[in-house]
Ligand binder design. Structure first.
Ligand code: FES
Ligand code: FES
Length: 165
């Protein structure tokens, strides 16, 4: 048993637990923050996505001893932030959800990518979402939300195609 102190959304918190207790369980069982969902449990599906020090991380893989002094944000906090509005709007308008189980994790990844400077282009964004799996939508709506949020890569013109012939 040890005590870790970290920032959780807007509050400084401390938790006494086994050092190898998962962040996902701490969030859901100790703080009632259930946007991060249990899925694969091995870092593949993204259902448990949070931000640690503003970078996406799978909460199922983060042990308590790694939290000391860190800043953890969950979708409950990010969704209340006006900066995530374009992503929430794109998910809703484009029908990027069905049962909704994957949606908080998807929104955490999309919001992080959308806030980057410079932003990834459409192809890069789709590729960076490979860690967020969805069992319901067939990805059509998710793809449309990516198209709404991220600019397409401009086609190469004859002048910059690299063809010198
Ligand atoms: S439950 Fe964490 S990545 Fe799947
Ligand atoms: S909407 Fe059901 S898993 Fe993605």
């Amino acid at each position: 048993m040890s005590t870790v102190r970290f920032k959780l959304n807007t509050q400084a918190v401390s938790v006494s637990c086994a050092p190898d207790r998962r962040l996902l369980d701490i969030l859901r069982e100790d703080f009632g923050l259930i946007a991060a969902k249990p899925g694969c449990g091995v870092g593949r599906c993204g259902a448990c996505m949070v931000w640690i020090d503003d970078l996406p991380a799978n909460a199922c893989l983060v042990m308590a001893f790694r939290l000391e002094g860190r800043s953890v944000r969950t979708y409950e906090d990010v969704a209340a932030d006006a900066a995530s509005a374009p992503v929430r709007d794109a998910i809703a308008r484009c029908g990027a959800l069905q049962c909704g189980y994957c949606t908080p994790g998807l929104a955490m990844t999309l919001t992080h990518l959308h806030q980057q400077t410079p932003r990834p282009d459409r192809e890069q964004a789709a590729s960076l979402l490979s860690g967020n799996l969805c069992r319901c939508t067939g990805y059509g709506g998710i793809q449309r939300s990516i198209e709404q949020l991220f600019p397409a890569t401009p086609p190469l013109s004859a002048d910059n195609s690299g063809d010198s012939q």
